[in-house]
Design a protein around this ligand. Structure first.
Ligand code: SF4
Length: 85
């Protein structure tokens, strides 16, 4: 499943350059994850990078939108190699 950014986000912006999928966008008062781009960082990092860098624990799994690992891997492959940022 994709991750989402919840209301505890304090808009520090650390997640933005950490995302290898360019899936995070500024919303004006915070940040949001495009779940059609998020790959949960599978195949690229051992853990979701937005979750890893977030000091507010605001990047959480979106239980409302479960996805199979196969689909997440395909999404990551479509994006191509990246180190984030
Ligand atoms: Fe980007 Fe990974 Fe966070 Fe998804 S889980 S938004 S791909 S950093």
């Amino acid at each position: 499943m994709a991750l989402k950014i919840n209301e505890t986000c304090d808009a520090c912006g650390r997640c933005l350059p950490a995302c290898p999928q360019d899936a995070i966008r500024a919303t004006g008062d915070g940040y949001a994850i495009d779940r059609t781009l998020c790959s949960e960082c599978v195949g690229v990092h051992a853990e979701p990078q937005c979750e890893a860098v977030c000091r507010m624990d605001a990047c959480v799994h979106d239980d409302d939108h479960p996805e199979r690992e196969q689909a997440l891997l395909a999404r990551a492959r479509a994006k191509g190699p990246s180190t984030g940022g």
